[in-house]
Design a protein around this ligand. Structure first.
Ligand code: NAD
Length: 319
């Protein structure tokens, strides 16, 4: 029996609850949220005790692993407290809103040698694995990523010091997918715009941004974000190689090669897959199927925070 605890019982945790509750051999032993009713709601549906303080939960419940799904600004010690107790970690992306927090947590995980998995769920699409195999060895010349849409409803999203802004909080998925499929980033330059979101209170994130990157393998990349795109837009990644062009939208990957387009449709739920892989790693102790460890997620985080730094300084930044 794997004993699990949960910190942050809000929106995305409902997705994990759904998949974990359908698995056998799992006990949901504790739910912690600073809004007590959210922890109570989870406990009434899935069993387990209610907490508003994570250390109290860790000490009473003694879980094998904890799922952490709090806003970027709220990573206030729950990872280090778990690591110090040998409790394994599943952490929702992004891992933090500032570099210091990420470094602290990374050090704690390394020291404790616990299993870590970060919720870069797109990596778990079967079709992304296909794209990775097909891309293997092809020289990537250009990557174009987009996360252009409306503004998420959660209150903390619209404040820079709480969410880190759209590139860190949302478009991070596209930066991560680019790294996963095309390799590391060596330099980041970014610009951003404000002034269009006139009717939203307590809003100080950028409306839109454009991030230009140099890839270590020699390719160029650009990733745009917009939360004022209420007409059209989309979440996409296009990868251009001399032999083929790959277009990724959700779980669908289209490969245009020699004028012939082959479309691969995903057969899996990405959240279910990442949960299954994490639970399997807890059961077996084998970590190899985890597609985004904390150390790896930190590289994606560093690219996005470099973009924010470049927006402020007006200069290119090495992530
Ligand atoms: N992988 C994905 O596709 C995906 C999708 C949505 C959200 N997310 C990520 O998940 C995280 C949470 O997002 P959300 O949409 O669920 O937000 P949310 O606001 O709906 O839920 C966050 C919860 O954390 C609680 N919380 C805050 N500080 C806490 C603390 N110190 N201790 C305990 N609980 C605390 C809040 O009260 C809230 O209930 C964010 O980092 C977000 O980027 C990932």
């Amino acid at each position: 029996m794997i004993k699990l605890a949960f910190v942050g019982c809000g929106g995305i945790m409902q997705e994990h609850y759904r998949h974990l509750s359908a698995m056998s051999g799992i006990k949901m032993a504790g739910h912690c949220d600073i809004v007590k009713e959210r922890a109570e709601s989870a406990a009434s549906r899935f069993g387990g005790d209610v907490f508003t303080e994570y250390e109290a939960m860790y000490d009473k419940v003694k879980p094998n692993a904890v799922y952490i799904a709090v806003p970027p600004y709220a990573h206030c010690g729950m990872e280090e407290a778990a690591a110090a107790r040998g409790i394994h970690l599943f952490i929702e992306k992004p891992i933090a809103a500032d570099r210091e927090t990420a470094k602290r947590v990374d050090a704690a995980i390394r020291k404790a040698k616990i299993i870590s998995s970060v919720g870069y769920c797109f990596r778990y699409y079967d079709t992304i694995q296909t794209a990775r195999q097909l891309l293997n060895g092809k020289p990537v010349s250009l990557v174009i990523g987009t996360w252009n849409g409306g503004m998420p409803g959660v209150w903390w999203w619209r404040q820079m010091d709480k969410s880190g802004g759209q590139a860190i909080e949302q478009t991070t998925h596209m930066f991560d997918l680019m790294r996963y499929l095309c390799g590391e980033v060596s330099e980041v330059y970014a610009v951003a715009s404000t002034g269009c979101m006139t009717k939203v209170e307590n809003y100080n994130v950028h409306d839109s941004s454009a991030v230009t990157m140099r890839l270590k393998n020699g390719g160029s990349a650009t990733v745009t974000s917009s939360c004022v795109c209420n007409h059209g837009g989309g979440v996409t990644l296009t990868i251009i190689t001399p032999e083929a062009t790959f277009k990724i939208a959700g779980g669908t990957v289209s490969v245009n090669e020699a004028g012939k387009v082959t479309e691969y449709q995903s057969q899996v739920n990405m959240y279910e897959e990442e949960d299954k892989v994490f639970i399997d790693a807890l059961r077996t102790g084998k970590r190899t199927r985890i597609k985004s460890t904390y150390a790896d997620a930190m590289k994606t985080f560093n690219v996005t925070i470099a973009a924010n730094e470049s927006i402020v300084s007006g200069l290119p930044v090495k992530p």
